[in-house]
Design a protein around this ligand. Structure first.
Ligand SMILES: NC(=O)c1ccc[n+]([C@@H]2O[C@H](COP(=O)([O-])OP(=O)(O)OC[C@H]3O[C@@H](n4cnc5c(N)ncnc54)[C@H](OP(=O)(O)O)[C@@H]3O)[C@@H](O)[C@H]2O)c1
Length: 263
């Protein structure tokens, strides 16, 4: 949607979420921001206020099925939301030792449950917004990943969690179209953030968060179903995903694994 004025972003205390918040911050814009780390969340809120935005910032665990909808309701009551970006997410390194069940559950809690906890209450509220002519009631953006297209050894739950929200968002787009709610799924490649800073393996076409945000904003303005970038990596991942697993498995077994110390 063009020119959203009331925007909610989860995971806005760092990386892509922080860069999105600062890109949208302007006089006349209301931003509802969440993070886990209070100091980091407040620092981003202060930077956005300095750019003239009205900001509501709180530390809310995305996986909290009560706190997350309550925060969204508070934000919507302050100013009816135009754009909701479900961005909060985590990954976990295994150092090639295999992912344990606790790591997998935590990733699914934040990356899947957290997205549902953000998007579902937001959709309920957007549905109640009056609709002027054919203008959209609002827009939902779900941050998945290029990792959603194929299971990678070393990032099992991460890939699976991103595949879940990618496919969920694609279906949701079709379902909500007639209600005037736009849905876009965002699939970034490697972006330089806290999430990738501990990676010791080569990250092809790594880009900074501000560049990623320019691509995301443009895609959201055009109501793109899928915002996958950089396009060369997106093309490669799609190609690999289309090949028979029997051909690609030997290659994937050799890929370096995310360090156990990395988050
Ligand atoms: N970086 C990449 O290469 C890349 C590629 C594809 C997709 N993505 C996706 O992009 C999104 C943003 O990641 P990023 O790269 O910007 O990483 P990041 O710098 O680590 O930021 C992650 C954000 O999510 C928040 N968060 C983590 N767990 C949370 C929880 N349980 N409840 C609420 N907030 C939580 C973090 O809060 P705190 O700062 O307070 O901990 C932080 O604000 C994620 O969904 C990630 O999977 C990233």
């Amino acid at each position: 949607m063009r020119d959203p004025k009331s925007i909610l972003i989860t995971g806005a205390s760092s990386g892509i979420g922080e860069a999105l918040a600062e890109a949208y911050a302007a006089p006349g814009v209301f931003l509802a921001l969440t993070g886990r780390d209070a100091a980091r969340t407040e620092a981003v809120a202060a930077a956005c206020r300095a750019q003239g935005a009205d900001v509501l910032a709180e530390t809310v665990g995305a996986e909290d099925t009560a706190a997350m909808p309550a925060f969204i309701a508070r934000a919507h009551a302050r100013r009816p939301l135009d754009l909701v970006i479900a961005n909060a997410g985590i990954s976990a390194g295994t150092g090639g030792k295999g992912e344990n069940a606790a790591q997998a559950r935590r990733i699914f809690d934040v990356n899947v449950q957290g997205v549902v906890n953000t998007v579902s209450p937001a959709v309920e509220l957007l549905m109640q917004k009056p609709r002027a002519d054919a203008a959209p009631r609002g827009q939902i953006a779900i941050v998945a990943s290029l990792a959603a297209f194929r299971g990678f050894p070393g990032a099992l739950a991460y890939c699976a969690s991103k595949a879940a929200v990618k496919v969920w968002g694609e279906g949701l787009r079709g379902e909500l179209h007639r209600h005037g709610i736009e849905v876009s799924v965002i699939c970034p490649g490697y972006v330089r953030t806290r999430m990738t800073e501990g990676n010791t393996f080569p990250m092809p076409l790594l880009m900074d968060a501000n560049r990623a945000v320019r691509i995301i904003r443009r895609g959201l303005e055009r109501n793109r179903a899928r915002i996958a970038f950089p396009w060369r990596l997106a093309f490669l991942v799609n190609l690999i995903a289309a090949l028979p697993p029997g051909w690609t498995d030997p290659l994937f077994r050799k890929l370096p694994k995310k360090s156990a110390a990395a988050s």
